[in-house]
Design a protein around this ligand. Structure first.
Ligand code: BG6
Ligand code: MG
Length: 219
């Protein structure tokens, strides 16, 4: 029986990938190489420092640890100029209704995100008091596909892993859910998220009850 829903933040509740893209692209241009939207896909679900490593690999550029720290800080400052202007109308279509349905069904809800900017984003979109637990990049040591972020969420909610359903847009996040022994829903393309128990394109017209049924059926 599902007792809790664990939400990834970026790409599930809001589309922040476009802001990450602008900020990483600016750094790439400074260093003299192109960073495309296809490249940006590789950064989804990945921590800030790992994202930087991937960016440098794409450009074939090497930097010292000190320089990497400075680049990551500068990228984050640029990124924050966008997210500090976010409003509740940036919550993805269907998600406000879905969230209401979760509460109405008496299910617990937690955030499981790699982002250290999670508190800022939740405050901007006015969901900072909605979740029963928030586990983010400030709290965890091991990045997805390690299940730490979701297992910590389950433990904070006082539920067992097999009682959790994880909503994720990144392949590494689906793996993290599966590694933790949880049900998983991929939000996006089945080509990328095929390992999930079920895959949906988005939340419009999707109720939590129908999603749980779909997930269980395809097990
Ligand atoms: C994830 C995003 O949620 O958070 C990644 O999908 C991002 O693209 C990661 O790199 C870390 O985010 P932040 O806000 O800590 O730089
Ligand atoms: Mg995501």
């Amino acid at each position: 029986m599902i007792k809790a829903i664990l939400f990834d933040l970026d790409g599930v509740i809001v589309d922040t990938a476009k802001y990450h893209y602008i900020a990483w692209k600016a750094l790439a241009e400074e260093m003299g190489f192109e960073f495309t939207l296809a490249h940006n896909e590789r950064l989804k679900g990945v921590s800030r420092m790992t994202s930087l490593e991937i960016l440098l690999e794409i450009g074939g550029v090497s930097k010292t640890d000190e320089e990497k720290k400075e680049l990551a800080e500068r990228k984050n400052e640029h990124y924050r100029t966008f997210i500090t202007k976010m409003k509740p109308d940036e919550i993805l279509p269907g998600m406000p209704e879905f969230l209401k349905g979760v509460k109405k069904a008496g299910l617990k809800a937690a955030i499981g995100s790699a982002s250290k900017n999670t508190p800022t984003i939740l405050k901007q979109i006015e969901l900072d008091t909605f979740f029963d637990a928030v586990v983010d990049g400030n709290k965890i040591a091991k990045a997805k596909p390690d299940p730490e972020v979701f297992l910590t969420g389950a433990s904070e909610l006082n539920v067992k892993p097999e009682e959790c359903m994880v909503l994720e847009d990144a392949a590494s996040g689906i793996e993290a859910a599966l590694n933790g022994g949880m049900y998983s829903v991929g939000v996006g393309s089945p080509d990328v998220l095929g390992k999930a128990h079920c895959v949906i394109a988005g939340f419009e017209g999707v109720s939590v009850e129908s999603l749980i049924a779909k997930c269980m059926q395809k097990r």
